[in-house]
Design a protein around this ligand. Structure first.
Ligand code: T46
Length: 133
């Protein structure tokens, strides 16, 4: 089973330009409690390097591109986030690393829960131990 799960987001745009609508529990499969966006990531900077115990997120690159590595403890898969028409759904207990942000990358993330640092596993060894329990 793939750990790279995309949701297609329909472009409702017209001759004036693009318009993409996101509706919680409709085209995004969870209630959205929090939204954040990552931008202006400096050259050669990598982000992530953690998993979440409970959180589900949808990551959409609304401008530019970046590369995401997902790891469920058994296998690792990579995906380029390079389209505002695709949301990458990242469930709980998936280690993620983000690389190769373009200068103009704006990564929009919808999250199923409010921010809670205690939901993070920021140590890879601890992540593997949790997975194997
Ligand atoms: C994820 C990837 C894709 C908050 O206070 N509130 C928030 O909602 C978030 C997301 C972060 N923070 C604080 C926590 C840190 O002190 O902002 C700081 C930077 O967060 P972090 O180092 O976790 O950022 P990334 O880019 O490594 O990871 C982020 C999300 O935290 C994470 O959930 O899945 O983006």
């Amino acid at each position: 089973m793939s750990i790279i799960n995309w949701v297609d987001l329909e472009n409702l745009g017209d001759e004036r330009g693009s318009l993409i609508s996101i509706e919680a529990e409709k085209n995004i499969p969870f209630k959205v409690k929090r939204i954040y966006y990552i931008s202006k990531t400096k050259e050669n900077i990598s982000r992530g390097f953690h998993a979440h115990k409970e959180l589900t997120q949808a990551a959409i690159c609304v401008n530019g591109k970046c590369r995401m590595l997902l790891d469920n403890g058994e296998k690792k898969q990579e995906a380029w986030l390079d389209s505002p028409n695709k949301a990458l759904i990242i469930g709980p207990m998936i280690w993620r690393e983000m690389y190769d942000f373009s200068d103009d990358c704006i990564l929009l993330v919808l999250a199923s829960e409010y921010y809670d640092e205690s939901d993070y596993i920021r140590n890879y060894k601890e992540f593997l131990e949790c997975i194997s329990q």
